[in-house]
Ligand binder design. Structure first.
Ligand SMILES: CC(C)(COP(=O)(O)OP(=O)(O)OC[C@H]1O[C@@H](n2cnc3c(N)ncnc32)[C@H](O)[C@@H]1OP(=O)(O)O)[C@@H](O)C(=O)NCCC(=O)NCCS
Length: 137
C-alpha cells in the first residue's frame, strides 16, 4: 500500500495519535494539546497516512538559515522496516537545504546511520525547570 505524506496539521486526530504513540511506548508525557502545539510551532512537519490511519510523523525546528533539529520521528510498529520513516526524514531534510540537522537518540543510531547521519559524541542537555512545566496541559 502506498503511504501518503503531507504536512496537514488539521487532519491529525491528536487524541488518537497520543494513544497510538503510547501503545508503541513512545509517549513522553505531552497531552494531545501539547503534542499538537509542539507540531504546530515547528517550522516543518510531515505525516504519513495509510488510508485513514496516521502511521508516521516527524518534525523539524529550524532557524531558516543554518541550523535545524529533528524531533518526534515515529512509524507505527506495524508499519516499520518499509522505508516510511526514511522517506519522511528525507522530506523534512529537503525543506532545509544547506542547514545542519541535529538530533538526539538513545537507541536508534542504526536508523540515522542508514540515512547518512554521523554520531557526534558528547551531546549535552538540560531541562529548564521541570519537564513540561512551562505550558498549560
Ligand atoms: C526508528 C523508526 C522511526 C524507524 O522507522 P521505519 O519506518 O521502520 O524506518 P525505515 O523502514 O525507513 O528504516 C530504514 C533503515 O533504518 C535501519 N533500521 C530501522 N529500524 C531498525 C531496527 N529496528 N533495527 C536495525 N536497523 C533498523 C535499517 O537500516 C532500515 O533499512 P532496512 O529496513 O532496509 O534494513 C521506528 O522504528 C520508530 O518509530 N521507533 C520508535 C520511535 C523512535 O525510536 N523514534 C526515533 C527517536 S530518535
Amino acid at each position: 500500500v502506498a503511504i501518503r505524506f503531507d504536512d496537514d496539521l488539521d487532519a491529525v486526530d491528536w487524541v488518537a495519535t497520543k494513544v497510538a504513540l503510547a501503545a508503541d511506548d513512545f509517549d513522553n508525557g505531552r497531552s494531545p494539546e501539547q503534542l499538537r502545539r509542539s507540531f504546530r510551532q515547528s517550522q516543518h512537519v510531515q505525516f504519513g497516512h495509510d488510508g485513514a490511519e496516521l502511521v508516521a510523523m516527524g518534525r523539524l525546528l529550524s532557524d531558516g538559515v543554518c541550523n535545524a533539529y529533528l524531533l518526534d520521528v515515529w512509524t507505527s510498529s506495524n508499519h516499520r522496516r518499509r522505508g516510511i520513516a526514511s522517506q519522511l526524514v528525507r522530506r523534512l531534510a529537503d525543506a532545509v537545504p544547506g542547514q545542519h540537522i541535529g538530533l538526539q537518540t538513545d537507541d536508534r543510531g542504526d536508523f540515522y546511520d542508514a540515512l547518512g547521519f554521523a554520531e557526534q559524541p558528547e551531546f549535552w542537555s538540560t531541562v529548564s525547570g521541570r519537564w513540561l512545566d512551562g505550558e498549560p496541559g
